[in-house]
Design a protein around this ligand. Sequence first.
Ligand code: COA
Length: 187
Amino acid sequence: MRAGSELRTARLVLRRWRDDDREPFAALNDDPVVMEHFPGRLSRDKSDDFVDRIEAGFEERGYGLWAVEVPGEAPFIGFVGLNPATFDAPFTPALEVGWRLDRAHWGQGYATEGGRAALAFAFGELQVAEVVSFTTVRNDRSRRVMERLGLRHDPDGDFEHPALPEGHRIRPHVLYRIDRTAWESAV
Ligand SMILES: CC(C)(COP(=O)(O)OP(=O)(O)OC[C@H]1O[C@@H](n2cnc3c(N)ncnc32)[C@H](O)[C@@H]1OP(=O)(O)O)[C@@H](O)C(=O)NCCC(=O)NCCS
């Protein structure tokens, strides 16, 4: 598998972004339930800026937050992928696995299935020693995806997200991690 190439799973294609993805992506970024664990919803402009940053990352590194397609069912349901975490925290720099899907497609295992492919890419193609994931304390759905993928909560790594002001409701974050040995025994 070449860096930057599409990833395929039993039900999904993880691919580079197309202009047609921008409208459905803006719609999910404007959904208060999808964005419950983020500082706020995104305007169309901010959503498009995010796509631009993701695509610039693919150009630079050959991987990133892949657009997710369910062939025969939906051309775009959100993203799953890998993102370098570079903000100031004891565990950074690190490679993060993450996901954000349209609510209509929750509850079907797509985030877990795509996340598994992203981890295989990280440990296989990129040969990293470890992958992390993090989210707000109450984001149980995302925490369950992490656990299904074999990531384990590292309470010593829990942190206050430096991009958010002190006292902000979602500033406290939990850290999950998986190293190569744990990944090899999870697959
Ligand atoms: C986090 C998020 C991607 C999780 O979505 P999800 O649908 O719960 O996760 P999955 O796609 O892995 O689906 C797993 C669920 O589908 C169910 N499921 C149904 N069919 C399944 C299948 N074939 N395989 C696996 N799970 C299946 C599982 O039982 C599980 O439900 P449960 O957690 O209630 O037990 C989604 O809630 C989201 O986009 N949230 C908003 C953005 C966000 O918070 N992102 C994370 C920020 S760190």
